[in-house]
Design a binder for this molecule. Structure first.
Ligand code: S3P
Length: 768
């Protein structure tokens, strides 16, 4: 970045001004051959001499008048309360400065400096750009100058409407040349933000050190102070005058943030006094996660649960043909049950211990959302989560919108649960979720008396008003959806009377099973289930089985690949989820269940599958809701079967994480598989050949995890590599898919494509 200022005048040569000079020098400003001079004015002649000796400035003076001449940019780096005096003096000499001079400053509060400028100049000059570099050190003086002080730090500019855009652009260039990221915001916002993030912590550090020092006149106590004290109080060594000025200048905003802090401290004091360990844990747990998130932002690393950050770049899989599925494997925990374990655990009385929790992005987002509503949750540590339930009415209003990532399940179940709360809430999600239909839950919830606003066309975000009285309803669902059923049952917990839901076909019943397991009766007769509002949940242990939907990719991998023999352990085989087993068996798969048992209210078994030639079938329509998430993989089974497989009655597939009928059809077309699409299904014709079943090529998963994994296993029978774009969302349901795929014999490589470059991650995952 070229800075073309002919002469920069720094007024106040301390750490901040000196570091700017040092950074500009490193960036080539004012060196031989380049234009640009850096001069300084400071009341301390020794500082000037030091600046010259260090090679930071060309010359300097203790008087402002002689230095202003020919300056193209003047940077005011004096303490906040000294600004007005300097500006008044500057106003006198300005006619001597270059015609297009720009003035800027580095003060830590902006409203007070703006007022000072208005008084000093008789109005806010259009060439004055107020700014603030968010960088510093407890050290002061030019000797502490650091050319890297601003690198990757933020500089906030707070231009007024009347500020000249070219002046703003020049100040921006100056800071960018030092490696800073420049942003703009209003003066008032700046002062509020800084009061919370900088001024308050400095006040606390000063206060803590002072009170300890006062308790112990001889400062003996510091001998025993270790890392915690040192980390917390480093900034108490900062310049006292500078900070006195900041607190005088930003009084109102600091007082407001101090009030909030005092209220939080009083709550913690109360928790300590009454030995309320749940309250302590909830606060510490939220703080600890927030701190980790902050750390990840600083280090620019990804923090799985920190959902607001999208991974950098697009993830692509390249899968080579060959290999077969051999061995035994345990896939991660069931996504549906993992979401529900957090939800019901949070609302229960007592502590819920969860084993086998899916540490995928979706269920972690659910976990985080409950933390934001005041629930203390420990873990996850290797699938173990401990939830300190707050009871049916113990959730607290979250500070902002609840973000549920990619998960339709979370958004729909949350909407029912939040409709019954005393507080308002808002649910948001990622780009894919923002396109999915929410009226299927908003409409019946409104019939119960809930107040919900959706965006246009019934899409997220959802705004839910709290404090409304819900009434039980009898609702016949227009589609077979476990999410809608579960949403209404959760709202029904808070409703007066009975909530009854009729389903047009059986859908997964994890909500009903888990509610019953937590002592909340849910009854069922035929196609209708119901519960009565107003009861309570009692915590109990939850053992989450492996997700049959994740297992499906490997079931199909083994089913289509000669030589395969695979055992999948501890898989959930709830009768409302086993469509994939039924369909594969109808197609001729050699699949057996071993060691069937019940674990915590859910049936579980080992599934053994060996290769056997498949044949095309008409998929029985009653199997569709029982295999609703398994069709992307089943389409790959169909592409490897002899003859035509026909699917109908599956229109719901069009409103999943992608339009799964179209997304799969587009990918099958790339591979050269014969197929034809209809509104509610597809016909796929496999050649049943003993060699490769189709070609390779580049397919787009459209960010849908199940499309990505389906095409990954398809490569086992392709003649060429299959490259699959946009695979990052595999982490929503199956974070270690690539590792497990490699372990049983798939040849998968991950590539992350950023704007500038492609990085090979994780390397080749080959045969074992
Ligand atoms: C789910 C229900 C299904 C399924 C989704 C998870 C659940 O959705 O597709 O992945 O956990 O209740 P629908 O019930 O809307 O079909």
């Amino acid at each position: 970045m070229k800075v073309t200022e002919p002469r920069l005048l720094i007024v106040g040569l301390g750490l901040i001004g000196g570091s700017l000079a040092a950074a500009l020098r490193e960036a080539g400003f004012g060196r031989e051959g380049a234009r640009g001079e850096i001069v300084a004015c400071d009341p301390d002649a020794e500082e000037i001499a030091r600046g010259v000796a260090m090679g930071l400035i060309d010359s300097g003076d203790t008087r402002l008048g002689p230095m202003v001449k020919d300056a193209s940019m003047i940077l005011l780096a004096v303490p906040v309360l000294a600004m007005e005096g300097v500006m008044r003096e500057l106003a006198e000499y300005l006619d001597k400065a270059a015609a297009d001079v720009v003035i800027t400053d580095v003060g830590s509060t902006k409203a007070a400096i703006r007022q000072a400028a208005e008084r000093a100049f008789g109005g806010l000059p259009s060439n004055l750009v107020l700014g603030h570099p968010i960088a510093g050190s407890e050290k002061s003086g030019v000797a502490a100058s650091n050319p890297r002080l601003y690198q990757n730090h933020k500089v906030i500019l707070t231009p007024a409407e009347t500020t000249r855009p070219d002046a703003v652009a020049r100040v921006r260039r100056l800071w960018e040349a030092c490696g800073a990221e420049v942003l703009e915001m209003a003066v008032e916002r700046h002062d509020q933000v800084l009061a919370r993030t900088s001024h308050l912590p400095h006040l606390l550090a000063f206060s803590l050190v002072d009170s300890l020092a006062r308790q112990d006149e001889r400062l003996e106590i510091f001998r025993y102070a270790a890392g915690g004290f040192r980390d917390f109080t480093r900034i108490a060594g900062s310049d006292p005058v500078m900070w006195r000025d900041i607190f005088v200048a930003n009084r109102e905003a600091v007082l407001a943030s101090l009030d909030d802090f005092e209220a939080g401290l009083a709550r913690l004091r109360q928790a300590v006094e009454s030995s309320d360990s749940d309250a302590m844990l909830a606060t510490f747990d939220r703080a600890s996660h927030a701190r980790h998130y902050f750390e990840s932002l600083l280090n620019k690393t990804s923090y799985q649960a920190e959902y607001h950050m999208q991974p950098q770049g697009k993830l692509t899989y390249r899968v080579s043909p060959g290999g077969n599925a051999q061995g035994r494997l345990r896939v991660p925990g069931d996504k549906s049950i993992s979401h529900r374990s957090i939800m019901l655990g949070a609302l229960a009385e007592g502590v819920t211990e969860v084993k086998g929790f899916l540490e995928g992005e979706d269920s972690l987002a659910t976990l985080q959302a409950f933390r934001e509503m005041g629930v203390a949750i420990e873990g996850p540590h290797q699938g173990r989560v401990t939830i300190h339930g707050v009871g049916m009415h113990g959730l607290k209003a979250p500070a902002g919108p609840l973000y549920v990532g990619n998960s339709g399940t979370a958004m729909r179940l949350f909407s029912g649960l939040l409709a019954g709360q005393a507080f308002d809430s808002e649910l948001t999600g990622d780009d894919s979720l923002t396109k999915r239909p929410m009226n299927r839950v908003a409409d019946p919830l409104r019939l119960m008396g809930a107040r919900i606003e959706t965006a246009e066309g019934g899409r997220p975000p959802l705004k839910i008003s709290g404090g409304t009285k819900l009434e039980g309803i009898e609702y016949a669902m227009p589609m077979a959806s476990a999410q809608v059923k579960s949403c209404l049952l959760l709202a029904g917990l808070y409703a007066e009377g009975e909530t009854r839901v009729r389903e047009p076909a059986p859908t997964r019943d994890h909500t009903e099973r888990m509610l019953n397991g937590f002592g909340y009766p849910v009854l069922r007769q035929g196609d209708t289930c119901w519960l009565e509002g107003g009861n309570k949940l009692v915590a109990g242990p939850i053992d989450v089985p492996s997700d049959i939907s994740s297992a499906t990719f490997f079931l199909v991998a083994a089913a289509i690949t000669p030589g395969s023999d695979l055992l999948l352990e501890h898989v959930g085989i709830n009768p409302t989820r086993i469509g994939v087993i039924n369909i594969l068996k109808l197609m001729g798969a050699d699949l057996t269940l071993e060691n069937s048992r019940e674990v915590g209210g859910e049936p579980v078994a080992e599934i053994r599958i060996r290769y056997a030639p498949l044949k095309g079938i008409d998929i029985p329509v009653e199997q569709v809701p029982l295999a609703i998430d398994e069709f992307p993989a089943l389409f790959i089974a169909a592409a490897n079967a002899a003859g035509r497989t026909r699917l109908r009655g599956a229109e719901e597939l069009r409103v999943k994480e992608s339009d799964r009928i179209q997304a799969m059809a587009d990918g099958l077309a790339v591979l050269g598989v014969e197929h034809s699409v209809v509104k509610d299904g597809i016909d796929i014709v496999g050649n049943g050949a003993s060699g490769p079943s189709y070609g390779g090529g580049r397919v787009d998963s459209l960010g849908d995890h199940r499309i990505a994994m389906a095409f990954a296993i398809a490569a086992l029978r392709a003649s060429e590599d299959i490259v699959i774009d946009d695979c990052a969302n595999v982490a929503t349901s199956f974070p270690d898919f690539i590792t497990l795929a490699g372990r049983i014999g798939l040849n998968v490589t991950e590539e992350r494509v950023t704007e500038e470059r492609t990085t090979e991650k994780a390397g080749e995952v080959g045969h074992e």
